[in-house]
Design a binder for this molecule. Structure first.
Ligand code: GDP
Ligand code: IMO
Ligand code: MG
Length: 427
């Protein structure tokens, strides 16, 4: 039995999709446990590139079972569009199941997302993906959410939809936003419910059975630990927890089942949306990283903000998620940069600290303390082992592992599945 959790250690887009797809080659089951189509996970193999938003990155492995677990918020229309995209690309051999406890994200959630952002002053805007994620989770904790089990029962779906649209239309009216017509939404979405009904099941029972059978399970996080609703840079976060700690709750497995946690990090840092980013910089080197690393959002196309790698952030993620394997991605993007900086601590009002302050005003004043390492100029996109790397690239990886106290188990030198080097077997 193996239960391996993949988490983003930064602010998302670390390359979780790539590593999930890679490890899925040896796994029996792949589970997405939180978030919704705010995520954008890129997978590249055999000359083709795919962007997934809701569907787990194990979908390209015909033998694997892919599960959308109870912790997710699922826009059924977006899910069906994603399935249609797979079909168009001749990806038809797969196994998929959806938790009957997952929440359904509906069009009014997207309009609420827009409204709540519009109501905020510029510096308070979160910079959400506008996919309706926050409002869908708000409904969940307010106990008015519509779960998959309700959605596939026409009577219950209509009843709850009617309550919610009636309620939110008052708010939309107040601020001059579009009104929703219950019957229109119902008639459109009940057809989507019919299309996915067969896939909806109790996935906690399934996962329990798989564990009893000794199967190998990979849990694919969305976003990154610094976007966690509890342990992230609140309020500039998403509305779920991408930590490994959220896996048991969001999938219905025992916490005792988790065997390994793989922390995915870029060899540098990026962030999309608002919020303090201590190691951010914007000069020609940042432009080079953005261009070479294709640092534009998979979901929204926004240019990603660029920064040096921040080991305060990585140690924070290690602590809250129990990371025991490190996977350093996009190392190739740093090729040709003369000097590489690694943030080893923060300076807050003249004092050196090794944590992320909870008070956002304090965090905003945190300045990075850097160590500088020499870069390398050799092309590394074809290396197949650690010893193939130029000495400075080896040193860079070693230093990140030393500063985080996490063993380096994977590094990646390009977007393709084949450009993945495994140093320690995880699954
Ligand atoms: P995720 O959200 O964590 O799955 O990451 P994204 O897919 O949003 O962003 C990661 C980006 O980096 C994608 O465009 C990947 O194809 C790409 N990528 C992943 N690993 C590497 C790598 O080692 N080198 C390069 N150049 N690109 C990579
Ligand atoms: P993956 O899984 C990067 C960011 C948004 C915004 C904040 C809140 O591809 O790593 P939300 O729409 O969730 O309410 O937005 O979180 N964000 C992401 N940034 N990668 C993601 O997912 C993200 N999902 C949300 O930009 O700052
Ligand atoms: Mg992404």
């Amino acid at each position: 039995m193996k239960n391996v959790v993949i988490v983003g250690t930064q602010w998302g887009d670390e390359g979780k999709g790539k590593i999930t797809d890679f490890l899925a080659g040896k796994a029996d089951v792949v589970v997405r446990f939180q978030g919704g189509n705010n995520a954008g996970h890129t997978i590249k193999f055999d000359g083709n590139k795919y962007a997934l938003h809701l569907i787990p990155s194990g979908i390209f492995r015909p033998e694997a079972m892919n599960i959308l677990a109870n912790g997710m918020v699922i826009n059924p229309k977006a899910l069906l569009e994603e399935l249609a995209m797979l079909k168009k690309n001749n990806i038809t051999q797969y196994n998929l199941a959806i938790s009957n406890r997952a929440h359904v994200l509906l069009p009014y959630h997207m309009q609420l997302d827009q409204l709540y952002e519009d109501l905020k002053s510029n510096e308070k805007k979160v910079g959400t993906t506008k996919k309706g994620i926050g409002p869908a989770y708000m409904d969940k904790v307010s106990r008015i959410g519509i779960r998959m089990a309700d959605f596939i029962d026409e009577e219950t779906f209509y009843d709850k939809l009617n309550d919610n649209i009636t309620y939110y239309n008052n708010l939309f009216k107040l601020y001059g936003y579009d009104q929703f017509d219950v019957d229109n939404v119902y008639n459109e979405f009940k057809e989507y419910a019919k299309d996915i009904k067969e896939l909806v099941t109790d996935t906690s029972l399934l996962l329990h059975k798989y564990n009893e059978e000794g199967k190998k399970i990979v849990y694919e996080g969305a976003q990154g630990n610094l976007l966690c609703i509890d342990h992230g840079t609140y309020p500039y976060v998403t509305s779920s927890s991408p930590t490994a700690a959220s896996v048991p709750l969001n999938t219905g497995i025992s916490p005792q089942f988790i065997t390994d946690v793989v922390g995915i990090t870029k060899a540098y840092s990026t962030r999309v949306g608002s919020g303090h980013f201590a190691t951010e910089f914007d000069n020609d080197v940042a432009k080079q990283i953005r261009t070479v690393g294709n640092e534009f959002g998979t979901t929204t196309g926004r240019p990603r903000r660029i920064g040096w790698i921040d080991t305060v952030v990585l140690r924070h993620s290690k602590r809250v998620s129990g990371i025991n394997h490190l996977s350093v991605m996009l190392l190739d993007v740093l090729t040709g940069i003369k000097e590489l900086k690694i943030c080893v601590a923060y300076k807050l009002d003249g004092k050196e600290i090794d944590y992320i302050p909870a008070n956002i005003k304090d965090y905003n004043r945190c300045k990075p303390v850097y160590e500088t390492l020499d870069g390398w100029s050799e092309d590394i996109t074809n290396v197949s082992s650690f010893s193939d790397l130029p000495a400075n690239a080896q040193r860079y990886l070693e230093r990140i592992s030393e500063l985080t106290g996490i063993q380096l188990s994977i590094f990646s030198v390009g977007p393709d599945r084949t450009q993945t080097i495994i140093l320690n077997n995880i699954i």
